[in-house]
Design a protein around this ligand. Sequence first.
Ligand code: PLP
Length: 397
Amino acid sequence: MEKLAIFGGKPVRETQIHYGRQYIDEADCAAVKECMLGPLITTGPRVQALEERLCELTGAKYAVALANGTAALHAAAHAAKFAPGDEVIVTPMTFAASANCILYQGATPVFADIDPETYNIDPAQVEAKITPKTKGIVVVDFTGQACDLDPLLTLRDKHGLTLIEDAAHALGTKYNGKAVGSISDLTTFSFHPVKTITGGEGGAILTNDEALYDSMMMFRTHGITRDPARMGRPWEGPWFYDQVELGYNYRLTDIQSALLLSQLDKFPMFAARRREMVARYDAAFADFPELIVQKEIPQSDTVRHLYVVRLRPELLNGTRREIFDAMYAENVCCNVHYIPTYWLSYYQQLGYPQGLCPNAEAFYENALSIPLYYGLTDDDVESVLVAFRKVLDHYRK
Ligand SMILES: *Cc1c(COP(=O)(O)O)cnc(C)c1O
């Protein structure tokens, strides 16, 4: 057997690759430069053009661009009027921001467990957590695969809830032929550099509801309006504005929007390449009994942001940590998505018990996210598979 790099052998690759990174080309740089030398560098025509493009891509009626995906979740939770005393059901298999937005509003996150095979929130678990205090549901399209939205929409309608879909992973994904962004009451995206397209930072909310849209447009800029019809006091002249509620400065700049518009030009290419890489991994992992791949539901036509595998400890002598470290030494740097949110200290101090969502906890213990991004060559993808084979051969029982 070949000696693992972690024990002094030769690594499978000479250079490190990570689980995700941005792809920026000369056209992106030119678009940013053109904006920077122009008259408007913060909210200007490019922000609006970006919002229009996101509506075209998703079929949603309204888009609000914001500073980042977390600001988008905050604005969505505010538009949904989550308030102290309300309960909002959320998946624990996500980045902290999905639940933090509920706390920002003073409401209470209630964690519902995931499906053990798709890792998305389980609608039956959501239903079991609904009480008279429940005001909404925050779901995440984990890795880019759409949640099973139909049963969630049914629960929304039956109990009069607001459904927020955190689609930070799922730009371009379709559910039953409809683009993510046009289905839930509010759908949020993130344009952080590891996501499918990036603005350095950036975020957006999509909705079909005009009242929610108006609320979020004001929330993005201090709760201030320049529309005399919305003011609480008489208009005094062209300089006049009024603050009618409490908002924030969550604006996206035109510079970031220039980058995002240029990235969107490449999005079809990004999405196609991600599908190709996912198909290669899927085919190869069919011959890796030590790994379980994510179950795909036929309703979701998925543009994958992450590729996660689950180790089967019953077939392995090494722990997830040992395998993670061994892969790292081979220069294939994995990651883990996600630590169940309520395990984080801040949530522990709020009193959430261990064992609350057993499927999420079991998934976390054995999960690994492997490299998946546009800039990977076919050789890079093969090297991930060679490294896995080498490491798993060593640790197989
Ligand atoms: C990235 C991400 C966020 C946060 O987005 P930011 O743009 O980094 O604020 C929220 N939820 C999920 C699921 C994410 O992956």
